[in-house]
Design a protein around this ligand. Structure first.
Ligand SMILES: [Zn+2]
Length: 430
């Protein structure tokens, strides 16, 4: 198998703009493997607009490995191979919730092919008889169901196969699309097609092409021109499918991504002017003692750490989340020398939302700021004056990711400060 070419994470601009597979690595281990239509843009996005998942490991990335491929399909197939072989921690971690796909090949006289989830889970199920499992071979995992479905469909044109047992005597709907070998296929030919298909899925496209070419030449020599023409068509359509299929979404730069998000946010918050600054507030306390508040700031969707702030909450007495939120917001808004954000995201539900709005009422310039509460438990947003919440997962994907990023960043920052204060206090009392 091909090997990664590595470069330091300070040299992102040296990455090729070609399709391929990349590895984000610490000094010693591969943390994450991904594929891209444009390696340079995709890898840069991990750093410039990390998703909340990227944040789990992006600081540990020291170098980037890449393998250029000729096409999107090659990248997709190679990604699958490499993830299976190397089992990077941050790919494996998400395996369950992503429902990876596998291509299943039955071990029958005329093998059938279909897509399936998680063969490992099926194996654990008692309902599946052991004998049946041993008769299926799996290739995968494939990360994106949509892409592998497309690939299988394209390859089925080159190497027609059955998906169901017992083909009837008549032509089926797939026969008419040239995807099915018909009621009475030549068994040897059928099996050879399956072998070739499996090889292509395993990333051995080149050897399949070589073999087809060789066969084509020898059949032509033996004057079997009809067969030779068939093989030539197969050879050419395999080549054209692999090099022309566009399966991977093109990468967008952070600035383009922000244009998309800004448009969605304007609609969501009914904002007409430009959105450039979002701030988020989180309160961290242990039974009301030593409560601290934190502010994180995102500029055009990207964390701006120089604008993060910590606050020690002053009000004392019984723990009161609402009063603390009001104090925190009021103290921030009194800093009129810091530009006001267009949107404020606060941690909490309806109660915290009311407190935050109360804080803005005292300052006329702050009244325009749109405030939303993000309740972490269900990942839902509460808007002023609306009784129904909006679930993050119902937002367009780029906006959902931004809110998740903001949420995690605010929480992480709040906890760090809280621990720091607590540690100082422990040192003092000792
Ligand atoms: Zn058929």
């Amino acid at each position: 198998m091909e090997k990664f070419t590595y470069l330091s994470k300070t040299k992102l601009n040296d990455l090729p703009k070609a399709p391929g597979v990349y590895a984000l690595s610490s000094q010693k281990t591969v943390l994450y493997i991904g594929k891209a239509a444009n390696l340079k843009e995709r890898v840069k996005n991990h750093f410039m607009q990390p998703t909340y998942r990227d944040d789990l490991f992006i600081q540990d990335v020291k170098k980037i490995g890449y393998i250029k491929t000729e096409s999107d399909i090659d990248a997709l197939l190679l990604e699958s191979q490499l993830i299976k072989k190397q089992q990077p921690r941050y790919n494996v971690m998400w395996k369950d919730d992503k429902k990876y796909f596998y291509v299943a090949i039955t071990k029958e006289t005329l093998p059938r092919i279909f897509l399936t989830h998680q063969p490992a889970l099926q194996k654990q199920s008692l309902k599946t008889p052991k004998s049946r499992l041993e008769k299926i071979k799996y290739i995968g995992p494939f990360i994106e169901g949509k892409a592998i479905k497309q690939v299988l469909r394209l390859l089925r044109k080159v190497f027609p196969y059955y998906t169901a047992k017992n083909h009837g005597a008549l032509l089926c709907q797939y026969c008419h699309l040239n995807l099915c070998p018909g009621p009475t296929p030549n068994k040897e030919m059928y099996k050879k097609n399956i072998r070739n298909l499996v090889s292509v899925l395993k990333g051995k496209k080149t050897s399949v092409q070589k073999q087809l070419k060789k066969e084509m030449e020898s059949t032509a020599k033996s004057q079997d021109f009809e067969k030779a023409a068939e093989l030539r068509d197969q050879f050419l359509s395999l080549e054209s499918i692999i090099s022309h299929a566009r399966l991977l979404a093109p990468e967008v730069s952070p600035s383009v991504n922000w244009i998309i998000i800004e448009k969605d946010l304007k609609k969501l918050f009914s904002i007409k002017k430009r959105i450039t600054r979002i701030e988020a507030y989180d309160i961290s306390n242990i039974q009301g003692k030593e409560a601290t508040g934190s502010q994180v700031t995102f500029l055009k969707g990207i964390p701006a750490k120089e604008h993060y702030r910590n606050y020690k909450i002053h009000i004392t007495g019984k723990p009161n989340d609402f009063a603390m939120m009001e104090e925190l917001l009021l103290r921030r808004l009194l800093h009129k020398e810091w530009p006001y954000p267009q949107i404020i995201v606060i941690d909490g539900g309806k109660g915290q939302l009311t407190s935050a709005i109360n804080a803005t009422l005292n300052i006329s310039a702050a009244k325009k700021i749109k405030i939303v509460a993000l309740a972490k438990k269900q990942n839902e947003l509460f808007f002023p004056g609306k009784s129904k919440s909006v679930l993050l997962r119902d937002l367009p994907r780029p906006s959902e990711n931004l809110f998740l990023h903001i949420r995690d960043e605010a929480h992480r920052f709040a906890i760090t400060y809280h621990r720091l204060l607590h540690r100082k206090k422990v040192l003092k009392t000792n």
